[in-house]
Design a protein around this ligand. Structure first.
Ligand SMILES: [Fe+2]
Length: 361
C-alpha cells in the first residue's frame, strides 16, 4: 500500500522572501536563526517590511544540541504570550530548531521527553504555525516534519516525531543562497543528493517519491559542479534550491537510509559537516544497492545510465571533480573503525530500511 502525506504549502522562486510578512499575517512571531551578519540582515529586512518579531532566537549552531534548545524554551516561556508563528531562517539547524521550539510550547521537559522516548507525549505537542525559510539548498527540512536535535553530552541524536513538525509554509528564495561559500555549497548540495538517493534505496520508496528523487539527483549531479565554479549564478542556484526541495519531498515520505546512519558518528565524533558526512559514501552505498530490487535499479539507471557498474565509476568522478574524498579514513576513523561503523549501521534502523547489502572491501 502506498501512502503519501505532505501538507506544506510552498512559495518558490527569486523574490519569495518578500512574501514572508504576508504569510505571517500580523500574528505574533518568533524568528529562529543564527547569530551572524547575513541572518541578522535578513531579520532586519523582514522587520522593516512590517511587524517586528516578538523574540529573535539566534543561538542556533550547526547540529542543535540540548543546552541551547533548553535555553530557548526557557526564553519562550517567559514571554507574555507564546508566539503564533515560528519562522525558521537558515539551514537545516535553524529550521529544525524552529520546529522543535514550536511544538514544545516552551515546555522543555515535554520536548525532551518526546525526543528521548522516540515520540512520547506527542498528543501534548503544540501546533503553532511554522514557516521555513532556507538560506541554503540541501536540507529539505522546509518540506518535511523531521527536526534533528542532538544530545552530545550523552552521545545521542533525536527527532521530533509528529506531523506538527511539518511547516505550514516553505518560503524558498534562491537569492538567499547566492552568498553561500563554495565549501557550504558543496556540502549542502551533497546533502540534497543524499536525500534523493537515500529515498531511492529505501524500502519505503514508492511510485510518487521515485520520479521526484530521480529528477533531484540528476539535477544535483549535473549542475552542482557548474555552480561551484559560478557561485553567483542565480539560475544554477534556483535549480539547486528546486532539487533540494524535491529531494526533501521524497525524503519526507521515505526518511533516510544507511548513508545518513553512517554520517552521524562522523559528525558527532569527528565534526564532519553533515552533507559531506552523508555524501562522501554515496558511490560506495550505491554499489551496495545494485541488484537487490528492480525498482531501485530502474531508478538508478535513470540517473546513471543502464550500466550501473560504470555508473558507480562515473559517480566517483563527480566527487573527485568536487574535491570531496571518498575515503572514510580521511574523515577520522581508522579502516577497522569504519568497518565496524558499517556493520553497526547495517543492523540499525536505517540500515534495515536499506534495500541493498553492505560489502566490506
Ligand atoms: Fe541529510
Amino acid at each position: 500500500m502506498t501512502e503519501f502525506y505532505n501538507p506544506v504549502k510552498a512559495v518558490f522562486g527569486p523574490g519569495s522572501f518578500d512574501k514572508l510578512q504576508q504569510l505571517i499575517a500580523n500574528r505574533i512571531y518568533a524568528i529562529v536563526t543564527y547569530d551572524e551578519a547575513f541572518s541578522m540582515q535578513l531579520v532586519r529586512r523582514l522587520e522593516d517590511a512590517g511587524r517586528g518579531a516578538e523574540i529573535i532566537i539566534n543561538n542556533v549552531k550547526a547540529n542543535p544540541d540540548f543546552p541551547e534548545v533548553k535555553a530557548a524554551c526557557e526564553a519562550l516561556k517567559k514571554l507574555p504570550k507564546f508566539p503564533e508563528v515560528f519562522v525558521g531562517l537558515g539551514g537545516g539547524s535553524a529550521i529544525d530548531t524552529a520546529k522543535a521550539l514550536a511544538v514544545s510550547g516552551g515546555d522543555w521537559e515535554l520536548l525532551k521527553e518526546h525526543l528521548i522516548t522516540g515520540g512520547g507525549r506527542a498528543d501534548e505537542l503544540k501546533k503553532p504555525s511554522i514557516i521555513a525559510v532556507p538560506t541554503n539548498a540541501g536540507t529539505g527540512s522546509e518540506v518535511s516534519l523531521g527536526a534533528v536535535i542532538w544530545d552530545r553530552a550523552n552521545g545521542g541524536k533525536w527527532g521530533v516525531r509528529s506531523n506538527h513538525g511539518f511547516p505550514d509554509y516553505a518560503v524558498v528564495d534562491p537569492e538567499l543562497t547566492l552568498s553561500l561559500p563554495r565549501d557550504q555549497t558543496i556540502s549542502t548540495g551533497l546533502d540534497a543528493l543524499s536525500h534523493a538517493l537515500e529515498s531511492i534505496w529505501q524500502t519505503k520508496r514508492n511510485f510518487i517519491t521515485q520520479p521526484i528523487a530521480e529528477q533531484a539527483a540528476r539535477n544535483v549531479i549535473r549542475y552542482l559542479p557548474l555552480l561551484v565554479d559560478d557561485l553567483t549564478n542565480l539560475e544554477l542556484r534556483t535549480t539547486m534550491s528546486a532539487a533540494a526541495m524535491k529531494a526533501g519531498i521524497a525524503l519526507s515520505q521515505t526518511r533516510t537510509s544507511i548513508a545518513h546512519q553512517l554520517s552521524y558518528d562522523l559528525s558527532l565524533n569527528y565534526g564532519v559537516p553533515h552533507g559531506i558526512a552523508c555524501g562522501f559514501s554515496l558511490p560506495m552505498v550505491m554499489s551496495w544497492s545494485i541488484g537487490f530490487d528492480r525498482n531501485c535499479d530502474e531508478s538508478l539507471k535513470t540517473i546513471f545510465g543502464d550500466n550501473l557498474g560504470s555508473g558507480v565509476r562515473d559517480f566517483e568522478k563527480f566527487f573527485d571533480r568536487l574535491g570531496v574524498s571518498r575515503n572514510p579514513t580521511t574523515y577520522g576513523p581508522s579502516k577497522n573503525e569504519w568497518e565496524k561503523m558499517v556493520m553497526d549501521a547495517a543492523s540499525g534502523t536505517k540500515g534495515k530500511n536499506f534495500l541493498g547489502k553492505p560489502k566490506l572491501s
